[in-house]
Ligand binder design. Structure first.
Ligand code: NDP
Length: 234
């Protein structure tokens, strides 16, 4: 059955791979894009997840185009890395606003329709850094760890209505976000990954597709690592 899907930050990287994966599986997929153009072949709505008004307008546009959102993938995220003594308060609050409060904004709006339908899938994209920590990323790690508590609480709120809420925690994935890391640092990362390489965005997308599918009907409140073994034990 073709479902109405919304992927935030779906114009590039992991979000785009997820959108393409679900579209290929037969769903009607919309993506939000904050900048640039929407990807070809997908319904795009401009939306900055730090704006409640943008989120409301995006959901209205998606609902008009393809019906109430049955599958929400909260993927939009940013980094503003620096060590804590140098981290300006804006760098902390803006990363939390985009990564964590942004997920709150879209999940809250999506549950409206899902509660009426009495079904739904919510997948939040966190990070291995939520559990492992990472120097220079106190803001990012706090936001990504916050998503786990958020998802587990929401899973408890929505379970009786047939709505699942899960978290995917990718390790290092080849996207613009990691392309900016120094080559020596990337090499050091690869040495610590049991599988010895970074993931492709598609490898994350396939796990998201499973969690969004009927096959994952009994999975909720889970944190699923897609990290080549980097975070084992967490
Ligand atoms: P990219 O930097 O390639 O893409 C980030 C996406 O998020 C873009 O579409 C960007 O839009 C969007 N975005 C950022 N801020 C906002 C905002 N305020 N409102 C709306 N959209 C926004 O990142 P990745 O694809 O690598 O990352 C996707 C998700 O996966 C993120 O949440 C990230 O934290 C997480 N992740 C990534 C890992 C990696 O190794 N790459 C590892 C673990 C987790 P725009 O194009 O306008 O900037």
């Amino acid at each position: 059955m073709s479902r109405s899907v919304l992927v935030t930050g779906g114009n590039r990287g992991i979000g785009l791979a997820i959108a393409r994966e679900l579209a290929a599986a037969g769903d009607r997929v919309a993506v939000t894009h904050r900048s640039g153009e929407p990807p070809e072949g997908l319904f795009g709505v401009r939306c900055d997840v730090t704006s409640t008004e943008d989120v409301e307008a995006a959901f209205k546009a998606v609902e008009e185009e393809q019906g109430p959102v049955e599958v929400l993938i909260s993927n939009a995220g940013v980094t503003k890395d620096t060590l804590l003594p140098m981290m300006k308060e804006e760098a902390f609050t803006s990363v939390v606003d985009a990564n964590l409060t942004g997920a709150y904004r879209v999940a809250k709006r999506a549950t409206k329709g899902m509660l009426r339908l009495r079904r739904g899938r919510i997948v939040l994209i966190s990070s291995v850094v939520a559990m492992l920590g990472s120097p220079g990323q106190t803001n990012y790690a706090a936001s990504k760890a916050g998503l786990i508590g958020f998802a587990r609480s929401l899973a408890r709120e929505l379970g009786s209505r047939g709505i699942t809420v899960n978290v995917v925690a990718p390790g290092f994935v080849q996207t613009d976000m990691t392309a900016v890391l120094a080559e020596e640092y990337q090499e050091q990362i690869r040495k610590n990954i049991p599988l010895g390489r970074m993931a492709s965005p598609e490898e994350v997308a396939r796990v998201v597709r499973f969690l969004a599918s009927d096959d994952a009907a009994y999975v909720t409140g889970a944190v699923v690592p897609v990290d080549g073994g980097l975070g084992m034990g967490h």
